[in-house]
Design a protein around this ligand. Structure first.
Ligand SMILES: Cc1cc2nc3c(=O)[nH]c(=O)nc-3n(C[C@H](O)[C@H](O)[C@H](O)COP(=O)(O)OP(=O)(O)OC[C@H]3O[C@@H](n4cnc5c(N)ncnc54)[C@H](O)[C@@H]3O)c2cc1C
Length: 461
């Protein structure tokens, strides 16, 4: 059931919503009882876990979805909402394309509202090198059957007329779109419940039990669920959780900041990217503002441990990534500690990873957005928040059964792209669990690659 989300009075300063979070989020009621048994237990109620559970339930699988905090409250409600094929790495493009179809189909099948629409994404630039890079991607995308339109200077200026200035060029990807991050994961979890699945919030999974090497149960803070299959979709907590099971999963998190402004009276683009700032209309008419790729790295022991593997990633993205502070240690998600199954774990101490937004980024983002689209300055800042993007060394997620622990399926490390591809990833996970033909080739996501410390090709975007 939805709870009302009202705003504290605002004088233009960032405020928190009454449910204690700064980002809008539909709140769901949990199922009444933790089951003693389930065919599959999904750990983590972000977009990945919620869609994976939903697609399994559609096939008659008895699923319990376990979430230590609130459904969708971490990365999945903190993102821009972009669901794009545009500029996707070749490994992820099939997942992105199928996901767009699934976003539409989900609404029709479930009657739930994710706020998804194929509004198209607009990219504008004055940088010829960047425009040439987009043109190269367009040529590659054609080979995969994806249509995207390069815009001449005149066309870019016309499409970007709300900015009131001229542009050298751009791209418009008409079949891409956006969904509402405050609605999408709760919608998938609600649809799961309609199909008979159960949802358990404020319920951390502490670990798993095995019998003869195979998964035999999930130990939660509220009791044990017997099961032979676990999907672990815990986002930024993935590496720490896997460490308890002896699984090597190199992961680094980057703290990114988003600013939200109230609706304006002027018609603005639905989703606009420029190098300086990006603007996305939410389904309630307010706008998410962000600087693409900008983030802070908050040092933790886990980060230091895996730093050598992230050298190529940081070398590619360093221009926009700055040293952070204590937010990573405060979050507790990157701990090297081992925890016991019969005592409180770090996941129960931090129910929702809610890092502080970067104050400098809030100001810079807002100022740049108002400079680009002055109408955004009408109402001032409504709220601001941050989220930890969980990244793998090659920028591509790990999805698949982990060698050595039959029945344990990893689905984490979505590297800043997981929202838009959530339905496709969830469908693939369901395929792997039920043994159906995979919706697309799962090979690029095989977690076996994390066992080596070799550098893989870093995703282009
Ligand atoms: C600022 C920002 C902007 C972004 N913009 C975009 C975008 O425009 N488009 C896009 O596609 N992607 C975007 N992303 C990335 C996207 O949000 C993530 O890739 C995606 O949400 C990851 O989903 P997830 O389900 O894997 O993780 P999460 O949403 O983080 O969910 C993981 C859940 O697991 C729970 N959990 C962890 N461990 C346990 C446990 N032991 N027991 C129980 N529960 C547990 C956590 O509480 C959490 O709710 C952005 C991310 C950020 C932060």
């Amino acid at each position: 059931m939805n709870m009302p989300l009202t705003m504290h009075p605002s004088n233009g300063a960032a405020t928190r919503l009454t449910h204690g979070l700064s980002q809008p989020l539909r709140l769901l009621e949990s199922s009444p009882r933790l089951p003693a048994h389930a065919d599959v237990v999904v750990i983590g109620g972000g977009i990945i876990g919620a869609f994976a559970a939903y697609y399994m339930a559609r096939r008659g699988v008895c699923v319990a979805l376990i979430e230590k905090g609130r459904i969708g409250a971490e990365q999945s409600s903190r993102n821009w909402g972009w669901c794009r094929q545009q500029n996707r790495d070749a490994r992820e493009l099939p997942m992105a394309t199928r996901s767009l179809e699934l976003w539409e189909q989900f609404a029709a099948d479930s009657g739930e509202d994710t706020g998804f629409s194929r509004c198209g994404l607009l990219y504008l630039s004055d940088d010829e090198a960047q425009i040439a890079q987009w043109a190269r991607w367009r040529d590659f995308a054609r080979t995969a059957g994806v249509t995207t339109h390069m815009l001449s200077g005149r066309e870019a200026t016309e499409r970007g007329r709300a900015t009131g200035r001229t542009w050298k060029g751009g791209v418009f990807s008409p079949s891409d779109g956006t969904a509402d991050p405050g609605k999408a994961s709760p919608a998938a979890a609600a649809a799961l419940m309609k199909l008979g699945g159960t949802v358990h919030q404020n319920c951390a999974a502490r670990g798993i039990e095995t019998e003869g090497g195979r998964v035999s149960g999930v130990v939660t803070e509220a009791g044990t669920i017997k099961t032979r299959t676990v999907v672990y979709a815990g986002g930024a907590w993935g590496s720490s959780f896997c460490r308890q099971l002896g699984i090597r999963f190199p992961q680094a998190t980057i703290r990114q900041t988003i600013v939200r402004v109230a609706p304006t009276t002027q018609a603005l683009p639905e989703a606009l990217h420029t190098t300086r700032v990006s603007v996305t209309r939410r389904s309630d008419g307010s706008y998410n503002l962000a600087i693409s790729g900008r983030g802070r790295v908050d040092p933790t022991l886990q980060l230091l441990r895996y730093a050598p593997q992230f050298v190529p990633m940081f070398a590619k993205r360093w221009r926009n990534v700055f040293p952070g502070g204590l937010e990573g240690i405060r979050g507790g998600h990157e701990t090297l500690a081992r925890w016991r199954l019969d005592a409180t774990t770090p996941m129960e101490r931090v129910r929702i990873l809610d890092p502080r937004p970067d104050r400098a980024a809030v100001k810079q983002t807002y100022d740049r957005a108002v400079e680009l689209l002055p109408a955004l300055g009408q109402a001032g800042i409504a709220s601001a928040w941050a989220g930890f993007v969980d990244s793998t060394p090659d920028g591509v997620p790990g999805i698949g059964e982990v060698a050595g622990i039959p029945g344990f399926i990893l689905a984490a490390g979505f590297s800043g792209h997981g929202f838009g591809i959530g339905p496709g990833a969830g469908h693939l996970i369901a395929d792997l669990v039920t043994g159906d033909k995979p919706i697309f080739d799962p090979a690029p996501f095989n977690p076996a690659r994390f066992a080596q410390s070799a550098w893989g090709k870093v995703a282009d975007f």
